[in-house]
Write a protein that binds this ligand. Sequence first.
Ligand code: ADP
Ligand code: MG
Length: 487
Amino acid sequence: MTLEEVLKKYEVVIGLEVHAQLNTKSKAYSADPNEFGSVPNTNVSPVSLGHPGTLPKLNKEVINHAIKLGLACHCDITREMHFDRKNYFYADLPKGYQITQDKTPVCRHGYVLIKDADGNEKRIDLTRIHMEEDSGKSIHDQDPFDTLVDLNRAGVPLLEIVTEPVIKNATEAYNYLIEVRKLLRYLDVCDGNMEEGSMRCDANISIMPIGSKTYGNRVEVKNMNSIRNVYRAIEFEIVRHAEILENGGEIYQETRNFDAPSGSTIGMRGKENAHDYRYFPEPDLGGITIEQAYINQIESMLPPLPNFLYKKYINELGLSDYDATNIVENRDIALYFEEIIKHTSSYKNAANWLMGAIKSYLNEMSIEISEFPIGADKIAQLITLIESGKINNTIATQKVFPEMLANPTANPQDIATKNDWIVQGDSGEIEAIIKGVFEKNPDETKRFKDGEKKLAGFFMGLVMRESKGKADPKTTTQLLNKIIETL
Ligand code: ADP
Ligand code: MG
């Protein structure tokens, strides 16, 4: 069956679980470093190794990060909470249990705003966000005979963000993950890097006949290392489910792995039920009370968030949806833009410079905006210089901007003055040049005066040449028309 055929008959139900690895300095319940890429089994102490007699101690930064994200997602913050043990056996889980939150997740409800497949705003309701710890890593592909275990990741703090089953298609899932990743990055709690596994997503997918009130059996797909692959996995599963149901089969509730090269999923294991884990309150950590004042303090320190900035750019600054979307896509780009507009109110020009010349330079050099040499205030000065008519856009882009790149501390006005790129303020210089070109080209001047409008281009070219490109095309056009009248 094709996806279109399936969607004529079935409704899709998707719930996503995102695991975000927090960028704290130390692990969730010990002082061991939380560092990616260290030599295997070096970020471990007896706590990470699960030795008997060791005790966990909660890292307060983890709570901070959780509350930040919860507030950004409009969640209720749980004031009285505890941790729970989730018991299971894996070689990379030396304690034999994971310290997580079952009954009292730090955040409940709330939502993330996304664009649906038609581009309309939609709320994706969250069930919960809870704190937990990561397991170590079993490495199956480095030794031909044995599985190796690296426990550096054991105990690294995670936030798990769980949605209600309200996502209706792969596009919504894709857009939701983009938004969550943006939030994590704006809040500076997680780098959101799916390739390195610091943000992971499990997709729960089911289908049911259109109009049905009962959800179908769900499968959970894991192991997708990009948002694009979550999209592919969902579309693959939808069709797989429909084909089974159409053939009179039943969907087996299970966990499946995504295989990126083939774009398909492979059954991995039957799905455990919650009671298999024998959750019980973690006795070694005890209860935690969060004061309202503490929540208020975190709230007062939240940075501007992408959705807020997007709406501000559209409603207050008059930017297009395209510009606003592109600017807020990357936190550091947005922060740079915020800096530029502290010094100029030419918002559209600021957006054009940032998404045009600056972005091209970043791409060309393969660098991030944080490595861009020119300060936002200098870009604002450059924009002001253009706005005031002292230099035109061409000179700004082709001469002043490259000069600023070579000498980032220099002031654009000084650069333009020193190189004689400034147009005289009273437009007298351009007037003189125009009069000169009219004098030197009497035939064309007569025809132009007699109404041959297309000669404007010819004169414009001459004026540009004489002025060494400094003349502003708009002013020049106005002056050409004004002066020809007087001849
Ligand atoms: P588990 O630990 O079993 O994965 P969770 O409660 O952490 O359970 O996550 C369940 C996820 O599955 C949630 O995102 C929820 O919205 C989603 N979900 C539940 N029922 C369905 C269903 N029938 N179809 C699709 N998704 C579902
Ligand atoms: Mg799950």
